[in-house]
Every structure is written in C-alpha cells, then in structure tokens.
Write a protein that binds this ligand. Structure first.
Ligand SMILES: [Zn+2]
Length: 348
C-alpha cells in the first residue's frame, strides 16, 4: 500500500484535553490513528487554528445569481487567538505522550523519512492564521523551538500580518490588500528559521508578496484549480505556474464546504473521486508531477461521500492508477514531493 503525507487537516479541533480518543477512535472525525494507519497515512500537517468565537456576529453572505460572496469575519483579539492556539498546540504535543510510541512530532527531515518508512505516524505542527503571534515575532521563535514547522500567515480573515481571501464564487482571489509590513517581516523570519509558509487562504496580492520575499519553494498546502472551480480560495493559472517555477507544491484538497472541487458554486456530496483527480491531473499536466501532492482538509470541511474519510485516499490513488499514473509518479504525489520541498525549506 502507498503511504502518504497529508498537507492539511484540522483534526486537532476534535480533540479534548488529555483525551486519547485519537488512538481509541474518533468516529465523528475524518481522521484518527486506526483509520489513518489502515489508509496509509504516514504523516500530516496538523493545523492549529482559532475558530471564530461564537459570540462574534456572523460575517454574512450575499447570494448572487451565479453564486455567493461571504464577508470576512471580524479580526480576533490577540488574547483569544493566543489562548486557542496554545490549547490546540497542547493537544498536539499530548498526542505523542498518549501514543505509547506510535506517534511522534516531526521536527526534522530524518523524522519525516522515518514516518514514511512506517516506524510510527508523524505529525508536523502547522499554524493556520498567525494572529496569536506578537509583532516582534518572539513567540514565533518560541513556537519554532517547540516544534512549529509550517505557518499560514492568514486564514480567510484579516490579522496584523495581512488580509485573507474571503470565500466567493465565482470570484478571483484578487480581493484586497496583501501582506502588511509585519506580514512581510513574518515571511522573512520564517525563511530565516526554516518554517514553511503556506499560501492557502492568502488573497492574490498576499500570494505575490510571499512570492517576492521568500527564497524557498512556494507551497499551497490545501488549494485547488481555479480554472476548474472558480472559487476565490482556488489558484489561478499564473499562481500555479509561479509555484511550479519555484519548485514548489500544491496539496489538492477534497473540500466541498466551501466547494473547491466541482465547477459549481454549491458543494456536491455526490462529487466523485474522478472530480478530485481532475485537479491533480490539471496541476500535473500544467507544471509537472513534481509539484502536486495531497492536502485533504479533513475535519476542516465536508468531503464527498465517495471519499468519506481518510480511508478514501487509497481509492483516489487507484483512480489515478487507472488513469495511467506510474508507481514512481504516485510516490512523488504521496510523499517524495513533500520530502523534497521540506528538505529545501527546513534547517534540519
Ligand atoms: Zn484551511
């Protein structure tokens, strides 16, 4: 069975303090240890994310004849974001302790390779939206020392580092201003420390700001093809080309809420694995097999019934095999591309 590295999931949101449910079974989630192992989940980016507070006003959605446009949610207070972030990080680091040696935090390329070899399941700590950080970036350094290896400066929300892309269909990702001076400094500091910067959820100007500053391969951990599904969260052809030119990587997501898979505005639970494979093939055909990977967004969204949960991934790989993908190409998609990009990004 092919073992894979997943570019993004939100399963940490499903976990409670000290609970070993990840190992004993999380039936309400897309991913837990047992199903992950069965499906070939070798390692993944575990997202730390601060959800919008329920007390905040709903950002609102405007329906149009062709689709919809959502407003950006209010900016989080730093206090709230920091509390949510440290809570989620604690759940992440507890996994290793609760696992009795079957799960480890990945801090180095050697760790990542061991996870792929099957020694244990591996977790890469990712921060989705950086509003918990101070402007001096002292906390970034502390989190890096703890094990943070990947960061998305913004979620689809504004913060001190930039403005995220609101969800809209049909909509270009060019929806507002890019990174703030603090955001540009964050990208520079990440390059220096060897933290991967995730382009997902940035608007188009933010994307080009990162591209101009970063000397690392450009990575969107969970985003699809705008030409197939014109939602603002998906990548336009010039963006896809730029990622290819940087020797970077796009993790294809299975998200149907918001729908990023089929051409329509509304997500379709009946969408097929073929529909997901179309995005993978589009990126491969446009910029090459070295620049496409998997980025599920499990537990951060709904996925098609045909995918169901992490156990659907081997079936997606079978679809690609039926389309003529060679084993060597599938190995690049599932883990070799991630290893290459992280080797060029991380310090160790
Ligand atoms: Zn996301």
């Amino acid at each position: 069975m092919l073992r894979f590295i997943d570019g993004h999931h939100d399963t940490l949101l499903e976990l409670n303090d000290g609970s070993d449910a990840f190992f004993t079974g999380l039936p309400s989630a897309h991913l837990d240890f047992t199903r992950g192992k069965k499906a070939g989940f070798a390692a993944g980016f575990f997202a730390v994310f601060a959800p919008n507070p329920i007390s905040d006003p709903d950002p609102g959605i405007v329906h149009t004849e062709a689709g919809y446009m959502k407003s950006l949610p209010p900016i989080l207070s730093r206090e709230y974001a920091l509390a949510a972030t440290t809570r989620s990080m604690a759940r992440f680091f507890q996994l290793e302790e609760l696992s009795k040696g079957t799960f480890k935090t990945i801090r180095t390329i050697a760790d990542l390779k061991k996870a792929v070899d099957g020694d244990w399941m591996g977790g890469i700590l990712h921060m989705e939206g950086a509003e918990a950080l101070d402007n001096d970036l002292d906390l970034l350094y502390v989190f890096y020392k703890a094990g943070l290896r990947s960061i998305g400066p913004v979620w689809s929300r504004s913060n001190q580092f930039g403005e995220g892309v609101p969800y809209g269909y049909p909509s270009s990702p060019d929806t507002g201003p890019g990174l703030t001076p603090e955001g540009k400094e964050l990208v520079r500091k990440c390059s220096e420390l060897g933290i991967m910067v995730d382009l997902s959820h940035l608007n188009e100007r933010g994307f080009w700001d990162v591209a101009a500053i970063s000397d690392k391969p450009l990575v969107a951990t969970h985003a699809n093809v705008h030409r197939i599904c014109p939602v603002s969260r998906n990548l336009t052809d010039p963006q896809i080309d730029k990622i290819g030119q940087s020797a970077g990587l796009i993790g294809i997501t299975y998200s149907i809420d918001p729908n990023m898979v089929t051409p329509s505005a509304e997500g379709d639970p009946g969408a097929s694995l073929e529909d997901i494979a179309d995005h993978i093939d589009y990126v491969r055909n446009r910029i090459g097999v070295d620049h496409v990977a998997l980025g599920s967004d499990f537990d951060g969204t709904m996925v098609p019934d045909a995918m169901k949960d992490v156990t659907g991934v081997p079936m997606l790989l079978s679809v690609l095999e039926q389309r003529g993908w060679k084993k060597s190409e599938l190995e690049k998609l599932t883990y070799k591309n991630w290893i290459r990009v992280l080797e060029q990004t991380w310090k160790e």
